[in-house]
Design a protein around this ligand. Sequence first.
Ligand code: 9D3
Length: 265
Amino acid sequence: MHFTVLTLFPELFPPFWEHGIIRRAIDGGLVTATADNIRDHAAGRHRVTDDRPYGGGCGMVMKPEPLAGAIRAARRRCPGARTILMSPQGRPFDQALAAALTACDGLILVCGRYEGVDERVCVDLVDEEISIGDYVLTGGEVAAMIVVDAVTRLLPGALGGADSAAEDSFAGQRLEHAQYTRPPVFEGQPVPEVLLSGDHAAIRRWRQESALIRTFLKRRDLLWERPLDAGEVAVLKRWCAEIEALIAAQDLPGPGAPPGGQQGR
Ligand code: 9D3
């Protein structure tokens, strides 16, 4: 995968891709990454890249010529690349879009600054516009880093075997189960006993339950996006039965006992 970022601030990028998994992907020949300065394609002694908007209004617009020059130069170097404009008007970026982009030969990520980009560049030279979410940034650079980051870790070989990207919880519309490492008790909080038991089937069941209940509490919307599997239905029925028993116990004189004994979670 060849990433080319077109930006007025290319110096932001080397610190980003010279570390961690992206660095390893570059060293391993899986990825190339360059950041080109759009200003290098601007004309005149002052290399101006912005201008006032036709029709008036505050703020500046990115001039089309430097952007077009930068995009065409990047395409000459990587003819198979897809040209993506980072833009608040773009398609919302998500895990499925990240996975789809791994099929590209290269990505040319165009970062806007100022109030926006001359529309004629978008129409002629951009294949797709991507937004990273409904909040306002100062430019597309951080958004481009997010796309490079999410796509790179999905490339076969980028994570190095053990941690398969296919196991990502977001790919399955579930949050991750709770995680623990040593020490066994931290500031009075113990690690759930089952995780120390060595009973791998019980640990798998506990993790599935933890993932499901955390998703129910933190991101209930995800549970409506794909059907529950049989194991998940069984977990919810058990919780449901216990909640109903708890409510029913309130109608009895005195405190009721939980049916399965106290099971802290
Ligand atoms: C006043 C109208 N603004 C649109 C919401 C103008 C404007 C603000 C900020 C135009 C561009 C920008 C800079 N943002 C990006 O370049 C950007 C972005 C974003 O702001 N949010 C989410 N995703 C992205 S991708 C690029």
